[in-house]
Design a protein around this ligand. Structure first.
Ligand code: GRF
Length: 191
């Protein structure tokens, strides 16, 4: 099944670019209809524009959660989006959002959930001293990094690794995993 994807970002947007490119290259049968960003200064906005993807900035700063989420839902509905991909989106969506939005919402998180939820997951894992970390794509609900897991990729941490090298290795795996997770939802592969 091909999805009409809507992507939510707040920052750099490398996962978003990766998904857009996979759609353009037909690695995915889905298409990216719109990228919405809550941070007007995010680098990802220009990247989406450069890729010729419709972008919308909806800053959450002066809006209530209800109004902010209503605007997001309306924008996605206007574009007939049926799969929302969070890609470095730094806001937790509320229970009300999921009462109104019944279709899939998925997220990528830079740790092997359920370990190291929340911010700076790579740093949490590094400081904890785990020997393996990685990334997870999961369904999103109103709780933090807690929905059903779709897929995971593992990164081995060696003694030579620094936080920067681990973060880089995880991001590389994220780009592979996110595409495979969407392909799995499309019904093209098994995970
Ligand atoms: C990634 O590490 C992702 O796992 C996390 O936020 C980061 C976003 O990176 N949720 P980018 O904006 O896609 O480059």
């Amino acid at each position: 099944m091909a999805f009409k994807i809507g992507i939510l970002i707040s920052g750099n947007g490398s996962n978003m670019v990766n998904i857009v490119e996979a759609c353009k290259k037909k690695t995915l049968t889905s298409t990216v209809e719109i990228v919405i960003c809550n941070n007007p200064k995010a680098k990802g906005i220009k990247k989406a524009e450069y890729l010729d993807i419709e972008t919308k900035i909806i800053p959450n700063k002066n809006l209530s959660t209800d109004d902010f989420e209503e605007k997001i839902i309306n924008s996605f509905k206007e574009k007939n989006v049926d799969l929302i991909c969070l890609a470095g989106f730094m806001k937790i969506l509320s229970k009300k959002f999921f009462n109104k939005w019944k279709k899939h919402v998925i997220n990528i998180h830079p740790s092997l959930l359920p370990s190291f939820k929340g911010l700076n997951a790579q740093k949490q894992a590094f400081l904890y001293g785990v020997k393996y970390t990685g990334c997870t794509v999961h369904f999103v609900d109103e709780n933090l990094d807690s929905g059903k897991i779709i897929g995971q990729e593992v990164v081995k941490i060696s003694q030579k690794d620094t936080l920067q090298s681990i973060t880089r290795k995880i991001l590389k795996k994220e780009h592979i995993l996110y595409i495979n997770a969407i392909r799995y939802l499309e019904g093209s592969i098994k995970l």
